[in-house]
Design a protein around this ligand. Structure first.
Ligand code: TXA
Ligand code: MG
Length: 332
């Protein structure tokens, strides 16, 4: 199959509709990462997405809808705090999990009685979703366990030959996946951290907790138990206050002739002054936006990426740390 990359316009929208109506999958941009979308009402279309990505079949998908879509047709119970959160943060990088009405294919939620819903703010995503006027089930548009894609080129690198169309909406401004928030109980629970931070949710809802996945116990958000976001090279991760150890390892590996890079924020890069740097940038939002493209850049040039964790650990950096730990298989 020939994979086309097209800007979002009348022609590409028409083609995307034909593909989706024919139970196929289309990659599209969002403000977080690119998604691989299929008609959520169509079981074979949804199953096809799992096949294309090589995704484990117990890891549920998020349904994406345009901002005027009537959510009451899909989900059952929307608590007061969720209404306030939706007003404050949607459209945007916040996915909310509700009791499902069971209207979309059961393959979307892998048999769970809940449904994760997301209303992305990216203009291209809204145009695509509005044009289709369907709930679109979409995981990130990467091969399962690889680094998530933040550009059309990243999607092409992973899925060339496996899908017909990538809608190109430029580089994703957010850079890490949406916050996943369980809204089925009395208190909202963060299942996956992201750009809408726990602190932001707490301010609007009045309360919020975070779910800590424990190995061996059934995961509330099944995606948590899998190794994720991994580049195709060796990786290491050091805490900010152990950055001297990272430099020592860099020097030792470099001395052995290993092609090694240090990945860190811009301020740390200046301070440590080594030659091979993957610089994530200075502000928190820059660091999040660059994380995946730097991991993908790194896997092309390096045999080993040694990451130094950001000094700050809360807010947006909680999401960055979560992805860094998974990318490096670290328990830091
Ligand atoms: O930003 C994003 O969320 C991107 C873009 C494309 O929208 N999508 C994305 O999808 O990251 P994916 O499939 O890579 O991650 C979906 C996450 C997984 O961790 C999954 O376990 C969780 O959402 N999830 C989906 N449905 C759920 C449900 N009903 N209950 C709990 N967790 C759910
Ligand atoms: Mg993913």
């Amino acid at each position: 199959m020939n994979t086309k990359i097209l800007e979002i316009d009348k022609n590409s929208l028409k083609l995307s509709k034909e593909i989706i109506e024919d139970a196929g999958a289309v990659a599209f941009p969002t403000e977080t990462v690119y998604g691989l979308g299929a008609n959520a009402f169509n079981t074979s279309a949804v199953e096809n997405i799992f096949k294309i990505k090589g995704r484990p079949n117990d890891n549920p998908l998020i349904v994406h809808v345009h901002k005027d879509y009537d959510l009451n047709t899909l989900v059952d119970y929307v608590p007061d705090y969720a209404v306030r959160l939706a007003k404050a943060f949607l459209p945007g990088p916040l996915t909310m999990v509700y009791k499902s009405k069971g209207k979309v294919s059961s393959a979307v939620s892998c048999g769970l009685d809940t449904l994760a819903v997301r209303i992305p703010s990216h203009n291209g995503a809204q145009t695509f979703l509005k044009y289709l006027d369907l709930p679109i089930a979409a995981p990130s548009a990467n091969v399962s366990k690889h680094v998530s894609p933040t550009s059309a080129e990243h999607v092409f690198n992973d899925l060339n030959g496996k899908i017909e169309l990538i809608l190109d909406g430029g580089k994703c401004s957010g850079g890490i996946e949406s916050t996943v928030l369980d809204c089925t109980g009395e208190i909202p629970v963060v299942l996956r951290s992201g750009l809408v931070t726990r602190e932001m949710i707490e301010k609007v809802a009045g309360f919020c907790t975070e779910y800590a996945y424990k190995e061996g116990v059934a995961a509330r958000s099944p995606g948590m138990k899998y190794k994720h976001y991994s580049p195709a090279c060796r990786t290491g991760l050091y805490a900010y206050n152990e950055r001297q150890l990272a430099i020592n390892e860099y020097n030792a590996e470099h001395g052995k002739g290993v092609n090694v890079y240090i990945m860190c924020d811009g301020k740390t890069a200046k301070e440590i002054g080594v030659d091979h740097i993957l610089n994530l940038g200075f502000t928190e939002n820059e660091i999040a936006a660059n994380l995946y493209s730097k991991l993908r850049e790194g896997e092309k040039v390096a045999e080993l990426i040694i990451a130094i964790a950001p000094e700050k650990q809360d807010g947006v950096m909680a999401g960055v740390m979560n992805r860094l730990k998974k990318a490096c298989g670290s328990n830091l």
